[in-house]
Design a protein around this ligand. Structure first.
Ligand code: FES
Ligand SMILES: [Fe+2]
Length: 474
């Protein structure tokens, strides 16, 4: 490392910022100048609480003080489109049912029979007026009330005088997206999602989106280490080299908001600085993919990657009707770039006018070194094509008439994940193994990884611990 750099590392804090010299308009402006959030300084400390990625005690504390008290995004009202529709939400050792009532009403309850504790429902989505327990056939209305006890006369009256309805959880929605909270006393959802964060979505029809892809898989990594690999672009050049011709993971804008919410903008159709020379001489296969996606014919393709961004923009706007889209209220950056939104603690959205890629990295029921990954795509109704990288199969249905089933991928099966995610899925267990080593003394972060510090800071606040001194016994 260069000596001058190390001599006085704490001198003037000049945060890394994308200078955007690479940006084709040459303005050197930020990608979303209007809504650029003020800079936050999370310091330079080494993160020595490495046990947070594998300790059982830490995971238990997390369960009590994070998962049980925080608003968690779990789906969209269109996942329960009509009265009596329900969805099952598994979280760690728990399972819940979200039921659509009359109109906009959403109810949340534990998925646990109050007779002897059987999980009532194993199906991810469905529609029913009542839940019947498969063990002794007790019946609960879909608002959670116990309505029938089989062979009731065999119980003494007093035995059935206890509260035997399904325990409730809180459910609220914001612009069509459903959040749950296990804390019945929690402040309302909208007190939790910051207003400046919410304003990022003004141009998008979040309420209308329909689920068109839904996959899940177990990964051998702690949920936080997995989230962290998806909120920085620093690893992209090495782990996903096929993206380098059209994805500038170096010049990116990170905006941090209260309560752990964040947004990053990663430019598409701009090569990595290290690829710039090639970009002036060739048109990569990857760029051609984006041309086709923008409805351009081969005869309209430019000669080099450096002209690709302008061409894609032109094609998208000209051909918008072809895929059933109206781009008039979106900026150029919103059309081509990847706007990566972080919904604390463990959900990210890749935001596009056509729809969203939703990813969640959820805690495992028993093992802090494992997690459950959810990959979902939500499309705008009437959309005929989605951004290719999302892997939406042709002929997808946005009518909302049929509720899509969730596909559970076999552990280790990379095929359903596509090339980029496979690279992450293969790589992450290797990260977990290293993190658990006594030889790992804790992470240091670049300013490209500032969202990791922000997320951890929020978690430590929730857990009420000081990461420099708190240590678990295991
Ligand atoms: S455990 Fe559900 S009816 Fe017995
Ligand atoms: Fe990655």
């Amino acid at each position: 490392m260069d000596d001058e750099f190390l001599e006085n590392p704490k001198a003037d804090y000049t945060p890394w910022r994308p200078d955007h010299a690479n940006y084709p308009d040459g303005k050197g402006a930020l990608y979303d100048q209007v809504r650029k959030a003020p800079l936050r300084d999370y310091g330079t400390d080494r993160q020595t609480l490495t046990a947070m990625y594998h300790s059982r005690e830490f995971a238990d504390l997390e369960w009590q003080r994070l998962w049980k008290t925080t608003w968690l995004i779990v789906g969209h009202v269109n996942d329960v489109p009509r009265e009596n529709c329900f969805m099952k939400v598994d979280l760690g050792k728990e399972s819940f049912l979200i039921v659509r009532g009359e109109g906009e009403e959403l109810r949340g309850m534990y998925n646990v029979c109050q007779h002897r504790g059987t999980r009532l429902v194993t199906q991810d989505f469905g529609s029913t007026r009542k839940f019947v327990c498969p063990f002794h056939q007790w019946e609960f209305a879909n608002d959670g009330r116990l309505t029938q006890v089989a062979k009731q006369e065999t119980f003494r009256k007093a035995a059935l005088c206890h509260d035997l309805d399904l325990p409730k959880i809180r459910v609220e929605s914001w612009r069509g997206w459903i959040f749950i909270n296990l804390d019945l006393e929690a402040a309302p959802l909208l007190d939790w999602i910051p207003e400046d964060f919410r304003s990022l979505f003004d141009a998008y029809d979040l309420e209308k989106m329909v689920r068109v892809v839904d996959k899940t898989q177990e990964w051998d990594i702690n949920w936080k280490a997995a989230v962290e690999a998806f909120i920085e672009g620093y690893h992209v050049e090495a782990v996903h080299p096929q993206l380098n011709p059209y994805f500038d993971s170096y010049h990116n804008q990170h905006d941090l908001y209260d309560n752990g919410f964040a947004r990053s903008i990663f430019p598409f159709m701009i090569p990595m600085p290290t690829r710039k020379a090639y970009a002036r001489t060739e048109l990569s296969e990857e760029a051609k993919l984006f041309m086709r996606e923008a409805g351009l014919g081969e005869d309209e393709f430019p000669a080099t990657d450096s002209e690709a961004r302008a061409k894609v923009l032109e094609g998208k706007r000209r051909n918008q009707g072809r895929i059933g889209m109206d781009y008039s209220r979106f900026t150029d950056e919103q059309l081509v770039d990847d706007w990566n939104v972080g919904i604390f603690p463990c959900c990210s959205w890749n935001l596009h006018p056509e729809g969203l890629l939703v990813q969640r990295w959820w805690p495992h029921a028993k093992d802090p070194g494992k997690m459950v990954y959810y990959y979902q795509v939500y499309a705008m109704p009437g959309m005929k094509e989605m951004p290719t990288y999302m892997g939406v199969p042709p002929g997808f249905d946005t009518s909302g008439r049929k509720v899509l089933a969730r596909f559970s991928c076999e552990k280790g099966d990379l095929e359903p994940l596509g090339s980029v995610l496979s690279q992450d899925a293969v790589f992450l267990p290797r990260l977990q193994q290293g993190i658990e080593s006594d030889g790992f003394r804790g992470a240091v972060y670049s300013e490209q990884e500032v969202r990791l510090r922000q997320m951890q800071d929020e978690i430590f606040k929730k857990l009420k611990i000081d990461p420099a001194s708190w240590r678990p016994k295991d």
